[in-house]
Design a protein. Structure first.
Length: 132
């Protein structure tokens, strides 16, 4: 059984009703889906910027209640430090938050589900794009 760590942009696509993401999620038990605490922070930041978007607030809240949010811990930090240094030595870059989310997926041995092409092209990492 695979586990999946959903990137912020995948959740955004889900909340907008993207059929590729919706269909992929419907094919798997929710117990296989995880969100990084970093992604939760990004979602809450987005909500704070749009306080009047009540429907969006309700949708994000409902989603976060259904999926397990994993804490970003020392194991994630260890992967982050090592991989970011490796990426930098090869001239590869991700934003700090994207690198934290990707590192979290690797630390918990989950498939990173993202629509971010930079994250999908991480050599040797388990990634998928559910956008259609």
């Amino acid at each position: 059984m695979s586990t999946y760590l959903l990137d912020t942009n995948t959740i955004s696509l889900l909340l907008r009703g993207n059929q590729g993401v919706v269909k992929r999620l419907q094919k798997r038990p929710l117990s296989e889906m995880y969100v990084s605490a970093v992604t939760e922070g990004e979602l809450l930041f987005g909500l704070a910027r749009r306080p009047q978007a009540r429907a969006l607030h309700q949708a994000v809240s409902a989603f976060l209640q259904r999926v397990q949010v994993l804490p970003w811990d020392s194991a994630c930090a260890a992967v982050y430090g090592q991989e970011r240094a490796l990426f930098q030595s090869k001239g590869l870059t991700l934003s700090a938050l994207d690198m934290m989310i990707a590192s979290h997926a690797k630390a918990v041995d989950a498939v990173l589900v993202s629509h971010d092409q930079a994250m999908l092209n991480l050599p040797g990492w388990k990634t998928q794009d559910w956008f259609v």
